[in-house]
Design a protein around this ligand. Structure first.
Ligand code: GMT
Length: 398
């Protein structure tokens, strides 16, 4: 199969999943064409059967905001024609699903480019619901020939907020390369991150408000009172300075390490003792899965799709959003009990390997592609059902 993949190139779960998927598909014999405005952050080095097409964005004095959606549509159109792509897989609905639909319409009737869209999170739970995006998000996801969501939770949110009727949405969870994400055989950075005898609490994200990094600092402030430890923060984003300010106020800045953006998070996770994810909303929580694969117990919010990833009491603990005392108590409980730590660590690794490995999940995307390609051009996804008028969305389909 020849597959185009459009995704965000920046640090974030949807770009990570899209890239890992493309690389795994290429290993399995597919020809993969990544299409984005920059090289996806996890796409490095030469890989056989993998191509990258940079979207050209022309500036013009009239444009305060150059129309990326159109430029992406043209890039998809051009790649599909030049390389005879079978389908385009859009990761994160906005604007990728709409651009894919435009490209498909431009190619018809000469070429029947199929569209598969994967919904990742805030494209459905936040941004996609904004009045300026809702109608086009609904339209473009329903026009996709295959539609996937990364958790049962996200599937439910999509049905509820976008009035998708009986349109099938397949849940295909995030996955990880369990050979790469593992505790053993990694260079050990522990001595550079913490002093002898200190435990390492870690968080990885793009530091958007939804991640509640402020809570993270509060949780850590409580933990370090009873457990000698460091908080290692990986990633960067708008809330970083607020988190740093709070750490200063609490007098724990010397215990907090801001590492910034990193490519090889598996090396860092392999020396962590605990992973914290106090998010406000999380459709899946790829970072929690990466931690589990590296044998790191997780303390997170009981929100969104996280209960589908973190088994409460088995691979970590889930607490209500904002319950910093509860999260601190659970963290201390894990860090002070070696046996409990080992049990959670082992179970996390096992769950990651058995439920969320690339070997298990990638064939499900392949099966979906085959199903989509096996059908007639208008069999699936071409009709957009009328909105029922119930629920938050009442927009007319264009
Ligand atoms: O939806 C987002 O916030 C962006 C997206 C991204 O690109 O980083 O993250 C989402 O997609 C990941 C991969 O499917 C999920 O693991 C994350 O849980 C999800 N983030 C949120 O729902 C906040």
């Amino acid at each position: 199969m020849k597959i185009g993949i459009s995704c965000y190139p920046t640090y974030g779960g949807s770009g990570a999943v899209a890239t890992e998927l493309g690389l795994k598909l290429a290993e399995r014999g597919c020809e993969i064409h990544f299409i984005s405005y920059a090289q996806p952050f996890r796409l490095d080095g030469f890989r056989e059967r993998v191509y990258f097409h940079e979207v050209e964005l022309a500036d013009y004095p009239l444009f305060d905001h150059p129309p990326y959606t159109l430029a992406l549509a043209v890039a998809i159109h051009d790649a599909a024609r030049q390389y005879d792509l079978d389908l385009i897989h859009a990761h994160y609905a906005i604007p990728h699903a709409a651009s894919a639909w435009i490209a498909r319409e431009m190619l018809l009737p000469e070429k029947d480019l199929k569209v598969v869209t994967t919904l990742h999170g805030t494209d459905i739970t936040l941004v996609g619901q904004h009045p300026s995006f809702q109608a086009i998000t609904r339209f473009s996801i329903l026009r996709s020939h295959g539609l996937t969501a990364v958790s049962e939770y996200l599937k439910g949110e999509t049905e509820r907020n976008f009035d998708t009727g009986d349109r099938p949405i397949e849940v295909i969870p995030n996955f990880i390369d369990t050979d790469r994400y593992r505790r053993e055989g990694k260079p050990c950075h522990r001595s550079r991150l913490a002093d002898e005898g200190e435990r390492i609490l870690m968080h990885i994200s793009n530091f958007r408000p939804v991640k509640r990094v402020f809570d993270l600092v509060e949780v850590f402030a409580r933990v370090q009172e009873s457990v000698p430890s460091r908080l290692v923060l990986v990633g960067d984003g708008p809330e970083r300075s607020r988190a740093a300010k709070r750490a200063e106020e609490l007098g724990i800045m010397d215990r907090v390490v801001f590492l910034g953006k990193h490519q090889s998070v598996e090396e860092l996770l392999a020396c962590a003792d605990l992973f914290l994810l106090p998010s406000e909303s999380e459709s899946f929580g790829l970072a929690a899965l990466e931690a589990m694969a590296c044998g790191v117990p997780v303390v997170a919010s009981r929100v969104g799709g996280l209960p589908e990833v973190v088994a409460h009491g088995e691979t970590g603990y889930l607490l209500p959003v904002g319950d910093v005392d509860g999260m601190a108590e659970a963290s201390v409980g894990i860090l002070e009990d070696e046996e409990l730590w080992a049990r959670l660590s082992r179970a996390g690794r096992e769950r990651a390997v058995h439920e969320f490995s690339g070997e298990k999940i990638v064939p499900r995307y392949e099966a979906l592609y085959k199903e989509v390609l096996g059908k007639g051009s208008r069999d699936r996804g071409s009709e957009v059902p009328e909105a029922s008028g119930e629920g938050p969305f009442r927009g007319e389909v264009p």
